[in-house]
Design a protein around this ligand. Structure first.
Ligand code: ZN
Ligand code: ZN
Length: 371
């Protein structure tokens, strides 16, 4: 079938164009996409900065309606509302069996190479160029074919755009707090970087009962989003001579937990410095993914600090995504305030620009009527 999609033919090239989508195989599902979140990982991939290389269809946060299913599908049927899980874990390798589905052994050989989990693709351009599926998802399109392991049902009452952002930004940010750091109530926390993931970590800190919660960013516009989502205090790091010292002053000794959604050498350094003795610095962002970062060994040992990496919020998707959807329904995750702008597919370029400039908390593409 023909559908419209956000295509990257080469690094830096973005076009919304008609593509050819082959029917789903036995274990796959055809989805009419309704919403797709706009994430930094898509922008990094557009620029060729991550492992998935063009030509491919972008998008990995998404939600929609099942239109057709392969012959062996048991988890869903046509008409079901689903969120796309971009971590299609096999649930039978040693890593999955140990409860670490976010690190499933097959992700490296398929998902991170922008292939479906059987190692192939269903996408080509209208002129016959093979295309890949970013993170086994390719949700920035009017239709997508995904593996059954990428399907998570959406309960009634959760809008498609909310479900879409739960699938990546919210899972990554909230999961870093509740799964990776396992933050405890009543203790101070700081979040560095207030994009979609950082703001989701802030919501995770609220959910965990951390107090107070301080948001750190270089842009006042993003700190305003943090305030609206319930940050107790904010700190613009460009106006501070010593951010760690300021965080110690605000929290009376330093945050017990620091969540770094940026992951640059400077913010990782800040996270380790700022956290109080015995506290935990959790690195969520991937800015310095290809760099070596200096670690102050004395501070780690003499002050008994913990430094953790958190990939995709350490989530077990089929367990944690339904939990997060339920927390939204129960009013415990105010995600309506996280999505601050919606765009048609044709305005994806503008959505990326707004994200980079800090004009949105989270932007979402509207791909179909939201009924
Ligand atoms: Zn596995
Ligand atoms: Zn993402």
């Amino acid at each position: 079938m023909r559908t419209r999609a956000a295509v990257t033919r080469e690094n830096g090239h973005l076009a919304i164009e008609e593509v050819e989508l082959a029917p789903p195989k036995d274990q796959e599902v055809l989805v009419r996409m309704c919403s797709a979140g706009v994430c930094h990982s898509d922008l990094h991939t557009l620029r060729g900065e991550l492992r998935a290389v063009p030509p491919l269809v972008l998008g990995h946060e998404g939600a929609g309606i099942v239109e057709a299913v392969g012959s062996r599908i048991t988890r869903c049927k046509p008409g079901d509302r689903i969120v796309v899980n971009w971590l299609p874990a096999c649930e039978c390798c040693q890593t999955c069996l140990s409860g670490r589905q976010n690190l499933c052994e097959r992700l490296a050989s398929t998902t991170f190479k922008a292939l479906l989990v059987d190692g192939t693709s269903r996408l080509t351009t209208a002129d016959g160029l093979p295309l890949k599926h970013f993170l086994s998802a390719a949700t920035m399109a009017e239709h997508a074919v995904i593996d059954e392991s990428s399907v998570v049902p959406i309960p009634d009452g959760v809008p498609f755009d909310i479900a879409a952002v739960i699938g990546c930004a919210v899972a990554t940010g909230v999961g870093a707090v509740t799964n990776t750091a396992q933050a405890q109530p009543g203790l101070p926390a700081a979040v560095i970087g207030c994009g979609g993931v950082g703001l989701s970590a802030l919501l995770g800190c609220k959910l965990a009962g951390c107090n107070p919660i301080i948001a750190v960013d270089v842009l006042d516009s993003k700190l305003e989003f943090a305030k609206a989502l319930g940050a107790d205090d904010t700190l613009n790091s460009t106006g501070s001579e010593d951010v760690a010292k300021d965080l110690r002053a605000i929290t009376g000794g330093g945050p017990e937990y620091v969540f770094d959604s940026v992951g640059a050498a400077s913010t990782i350094d800040l996270a380790i410095k700022a956290v109080r003795p015995g506290g935990t610095a959790t690195i969520v962002g991937l800015h310095a993914a290809k760099q070596a970062v200096e670690i102050p060994a004395g501070a780690l040992v003499l002050q008994n600090k913990r430094l953790l990496g958190s990939f995709a919020g350490s989530i077990r998707p089929r367990l944690d995504l339904p939990k997060l959807l339920g927390l939204y329904l129960g009013g415990r995750l105010p995600l309506d305030d996280l999505i601050t702008k919606r765009y048609p597919l044709d305005e994806l370029g503008t959505a990326f620009e707004d994200m980079e400039a800090g004009r949105v908390a989270r932007g979402v593409l509207v791909l179909a009527p939201q009924a």
